[in-house]
Design a protein around this ligand. Structure first.
Ligand code: TZP
Length: 212
């Protein structure tokens, strides 16, 4: 049975990495292009910024996503997410657990959790997460940062064990989207397939067409 708490209809979750750009302004432009092309769900994931810097960037991205009616998630920092009026927070395995965040935020606040296997996925659901990302499914540009690929078989196993939406992440390109959807992924999450694309608009539209 699907979770009744939240209807998450978005199937494409775009995650930021400002290091792909020469300037912050260039990242905002790419985000705006993706938003224009139809992205409705974005996570600001800039883990190395100080909290003040993050607050500043988050404020800008909140304004931008607000103009396009897109949901904004902030990585890890519940305080920043609440302060700028984000739609939710995306937690890592070392972040506050979802059940503790829920005590502060209430039911309307989205909580996503990054997971890397069946046990973490089951635990995240047990702690009240609204959705999870699962990966890296495939090889990603920075294996060191994200760990070894867990493979499509892990996605199938996770889908048997949890009812909350599962977003496959890690090395997902337009050509791989079909495989992960067939393995049961409710959605796909990505950085480089959109933000490092030669044509951000075209890549976004292609992915969104496929996910319809
Ligand atoms: N978590 C697991 S893999 C990954 C994250 C944040 C990076 C995904 O980046 P890309 O460029 O979509 O492979």
């Amino acid at each position: 049975m699907k979770s009744q708490k939240l209807k998450l209809k978005e199937k494409l979750y775009l995650i930021t990495d400002r290091k792909l750009f020469n300037s912050q302004c260039a990242m905002y432009l790419a985000l705006e292009t993706a938003l224009e092309a139809g992205v409705k769900f974005i996570q600001l994931r800039e883990k190395d910024l100080s909290v003040r810097e993050l607050l500043d960037v988050a404020g800008w991205v909140r304004e931008l996503t607000g103009e396009y009616g897109a949901r904004l998630m902030i990585n890890d920092r519940v305080d920043v997410a609440l302060s700028i009026g984000a739609d939710g927070v995306h937690l890592g395995q070392d972040s506050m657990p979802a059940h503790a965040v829920r005590k502060i935020t209430g039911d309307k606040f989205l909580i996503g959790v990054s997971t890397h296997g069946v046990d973490e996925a089951v635990k995240a659901e047990g702690h009240g997460a609204d959705f999870i990302t699962l990966g890296p499914i495939y090889k990603t540009p920075s294996k060191l940062k994200y760990g070894d690929p867990i493979g499509i078989h892990t996605l199938r196993k996770v889908k048997f064990r949890v009812t909350i939406p599962v977003f496959a992440i890690g090395g997902i390109r337009p050509g791989k989207a079909k495989e992960v959807r067939e393995a049961g992924a409710d959605g796909i999450a990505m950085i480089s397939a959109i933000l490092a694309a030669r044509d951000v608009k075209q890549s976004t539209e292609e992915l969104l067409r496929f996910l319809k």
